[in-house]
Design a protein around this ligand. Structure first.
Ligand code: NAD
Length: 419
């Protein structure tokens, strides 16, 4: 029992145990690798529009500081718990190591339902959260980014709050900012485009022509909507989409531009069409070539894993597949090609890293350069995961995590244990 205990942390811990066994890591090294270095909780009081005061609970977990500063998103979600934040920080560490970024993993957030706040209240809460975190973060200590429930605007408020405190503009304190305030070209699209790029690599690997292939996408936020667009640009037919408000399925193909237009106007998918409404959980089990879960954790359990009919499972979300489902998918390795989350959605942190580098140098790249460099990094990581899976005779998730864990472990070992 630890402060992190809960279903999402237990999942990260279970996954780590599999990798630690695979790598034969001695028992007395395991806790040092798994448990977060720091966890901060803060109370964030804000004035509500009606004059009352409300207090929200905020968290930040920094997993390890061995390979550089920590880096990770900020999630605003009603049911947020510190165990979930810790699991996300741990996954971020393996992801950064897999893509060879000079970071440890971090994650943070506030337990709040963003739509329940007015814009003014959201700004108050964002600023207060950053203010409370100032002693614990910094451009060379811990760099924040967006995640579920936060966006470019929230990052701009974070950056402004930190900068006001320092008395100068410190762009490099957060990534995922608007381009107008030190953000990079391509960051908003990076994760979803990365998903599209890696799906194309996977298609090549299994001999599937992307043009005319079918895809289902769960989650229509930053990752899901851009991933859908990116797959459609490769000629894929999008036959199913869902968010937390609605689910649509049409084997003839949905109108991608109309969906994007509707979501841009309404903020959600609800109200798009009555004709193609569908059962949300069953959407994932429909026959398709590519399935992209891009919403929340633990949506694919063992039961669903046995029923998946996709050829490629591209994990846009963090932790969409439970360890029990993983065991099933391991048995189905020849049928379902898994692009594991720490590889599949790594585009976001890779371009966040580019943003940090550009802010530190005050030298900005154009979008073509950002994308070219992103695809180089993802291509290399994909090749390494494929080679490792083949060499060790394991699934792609084990291979990807083994590379990440091994890199963190070797950095810890060469630095030694202080004092
Ligand atoms: P977002 O807040 O922009 O969008 C989340 C989407 O998920 C929304 O469309 C929401 O309606 C949908 N959703 C929530 N609950 C759902 C449910 N029960 N069923 C169906 N849909 C549901 O968030 P995002 O930034 O797109 O992040 C999505 C996932 O991708 C998260 O797991 C996040 O950690 C991961 N991720 C995001 C980034 C990034 O750059 N934004 C990078 C790496 C990983």
């Amino acid at each position: 029992m630890t402060i992190y205990t809960g279903p999402v942390f237990d999942m990260a811990r279970q996954q780590f145990r599999v990798i630690a066994d695979h790598l034969d890591i001695p028992l007395d090294e395991r806790e040092r690798l798994l448990f977060p270095k720091r966890a901060v909780t803060v109370a964030c009081p804000i004035h509500r529009d009606d004059g009352s005061v409300a207090v929200f609970h905020g968290y930040r977990v920094q997993h390890h500081l061995t390979r550089g500063p920590t880096k990770g998103g900020t999630r605003f979600s009603a049911d947020l718990r510190i165990g979930e934040v810790a699991a996300l920080a741990i996954w971020m560490s393996w992801k950064c190591a897999l893509t060879n970024l000079p970071y440890g993993g971090a994650k943070g957030g506030v337990a709040v339902d963003p739509p329940s706040l007015s814009r003014h209240e959201l700004e108050n809460l964002s600023r207060r959260y950053m203010q409370e975190m100032i002693p614990f973060v910094g451009p060379h200590t811990d760099v924040m980014a967006p995640d579920m429930g936060t966006n470019e605007q929230v990052m701009a408020w974070f950056m402004d709050t930190y900068s006001m405190h320092q008395g100068r503009t410190v762009m490099e304190i957060v990534t995922g900012k608007p381009v107008a305030s030190g953000g990079t070209e391509g960051r908003r699209e990076a994760t979803g485009r990365g998903v599209g790029f890696l799906v194309e690599r996977a298609c090549q690997k299994i001999g599937l022509n992307p043009s005319g292939a079918t895809a289902v996408v769960q989650g229509f936020g930053n990752v899901g909507s851009v991933a859908m667009q990116s797959l459609a640009e490769r000629g894929m037919r999008i036959i199913g989409v869902a968010d937390h408000t609605a689910c649509y399925y049409d084997p003839r193909g949905l109108n991608v531009n109309a969906l994007l237009k509707h979501a841009a106007a309404k903020g959600v998918l609800a109200g798009f069409s009555n004709e193609v409404a569908f059962h949300p959980r069953e959407l994932l089990a429909q026959k398709c070539d590519v399935l992209v879960p891009a919403a929340i954790e633990r949506v694919i359990d063992a039961d669903l894993a046995t029923r998946l009919q996709c050829r490629i499972l591209a994990e846009g979300a963090n932790g969409p597949t439970t360890p029990e489902a993983d065991e099933v998918l391991d048995q189905r390795r020849r049928e379902v090609f898994v692009i594991p989350d720490i590889l599949c959605n790594a585009g976001g942190v890779v371009v966040s890293y580019f943003e940090w580098v550009q802010d530190l140098q005050q030298l900005f790249w154009d979008e073509a350069e950002v994308m070219h460099r992103l695809y180089q990094v993802l291509h290399k990581a994909f090749q390494q995961v494929m080679a490792r899976a083949e060499h060790d005779g394991v699934g792609h998730r084990t291979a990807a995590m083994a590379i990440g864990v091994e890199r963190v472990r070797s950095a810890k070992n060469v630095r030694g244990l202080f004092p």
